[in-house]
Design a protein around this ligand. Structure first.
Ligand code: NAD
Ligand code: UDP
Length: 324
């Protein structure tokens, strides 16, 4: 039997999705990238377009589509707070209707489907670090709810299709991931700080900067996603994928200043509503079941990311929303 599979990646033109497509194409798979380009641009996948085993479909994940595939990675969803809060109803529709469409396709084709879930399902966590068994504290009526609750609903749908229709599923809970191809105007902390440092603009710290995040380099995250998809069928997850090294936002700002050699000043801005105060994955499950553990330090990953930001012209990037 051929080991070459036909694989659909929804959100495949995005920051993580484009790298995932690249990795799957390199392995010889027949890859279909589906995207509506809400938060990404064609330049992310332009280098793949000429390849015989890569195909691009401009399509909105909220609408059904009929394709014949063996595996589906479901990544379509705006991921940066400014992007997902721009049109919150659409964000929720993308998570929920997108999941239903993907799962319907998986049912029809007997395909395997992996959901790109998020550490946001834990909300502003009271348990630290967060294991998969923790059920989280999410504000269901706040400005982040469109994303957090949409992703929680998608997880519920994946599990129900699995139990009710025996669909072969996987759920990964991704913690903050960074690297080359982040949208320079996505408003996320790493892209903001690097862009601000390189342009000599003030570095905007929201709140007092004591809140923490744990940052995973993109390539290692994608490796974890592929291991999960290709892992044993009895391990459906959810599984945390992230780098357990934890930093305050102020420490991150200082590291970006050091690595860019920038003289930008640090300024404080109001903390956004419901901004989680701490976040660090417990990755013992991924270590045990997938033999996966990130090795790239934040310093090392930031250097590669800064190099990429230096190589692009940010004026060529269309800010998807005014929220950056
Ligand atoms: P991204 O914004 O770069 O990628 C999302 C992609 O989905 C974009 O190409 C966008 O155009 C596309 N998209 C959005 N709505 C769509 C729709 N209705 N139809 C079709 N395409 C649509 O963000 P990313 O960081 O690459 O995130 C990819 C996935 O990983 C998302 O599902 C996100 O929730 C998840 N995730 C990311 C992180 C992270 O730190 N980067 C953390 C947790 C979860
Ligand atoms: N943040 C910040 N300055 C910025 C952008 C973000 O201090 O210019 C903070 C934000 O308040 C949050 C953390 O950095 O505490 C991570 O924000 P991001 O939007 O990257 O991701 P998320 O909040 O979804 O983890």
């Amino acid at each position: 039997m051929s080991t070459i599979k036909r694989i659909l990646v929804t959100g495949g033109a995005g920051f993580i999705g484009s790298h995932l497509c690249e990795r799957l194409v390199e392995r010889g798979h027949d890859v279909i990238c589906l995207d509506n380009f809400f938060t990404s641009q064609k330049s992310n996948i332009a280098h793949l377009l000429e390849l015989p085993n890569f195909e691009l479909i401009r399509h909105d994940a909220t609408l059904p589509i009929f394709l014949e595939v063996d595996e589906i990675y479901n990544l379509a969803c705006p991921a940066a707070p400014g992007h997902y809060q721009f049109n919150p109803i659409k964000t929720m529709k993308t998570s929920v209707m997108g999941a239903i469409n993907v799962l319907g396709m998986a049912k029809r084709c007997r395909a395997k489907a992996l959901q790109a879930s998020t550490s946001e399902v834990y909300g502003d966590p009271e348990v630290h670090p967060q294991p998969e068994s923790y059920r989280g504290v999410v504000n269901p009526i706040g400005p982040r709810a469109c994303y957090d609750e949409g992703k929680r609903a998608a997880e519920a749908l994946f599990m129900d299709y699995h139990r009710q229709n025996a669909i072969n599923i996987r759920i990964v809970r991704i913690f903050n991931t960074y690297g080359p191809r982040m949208h320079p105007y996505d408003g996320r902390v790493i892209s903001n700080f690097i862009r601000q440092a390189l342009e000599g603009e003030p570095i905007t710290i929201f709140g007092d900067g004591a809140q923490t995040r744990s940052f995973c380099y993109r390539d290692e995250l994608v490796e974890g996603m592929i291991r999960m998809m290709e892992g044993p069928d009895d391990f459906v997850g959810p599984v945390n994928l992230g780098n357990p090294e934890e930093f305050t936002i102020r420490e991150l700002a200082e590291l970006v200043l050091e690595l860019t050699g920038s003289r930008s000043e640090l300024v404080q801005r109001p903390l956004p509503e419901d901004d989680p105060m701490q976040r660090r994955p417990d990755i013992s499950l991924a270590e045990r079941r997938l033999d996966w553990r990130p090795k790239v330090s934040l310093r090392e990953g930031l250097l590669k990311t800064i190099e990429w930001f230096r190589s692009i012209d940010p004026s060529g990037y269309r800010p998807p929303t005014p929220n950056y």
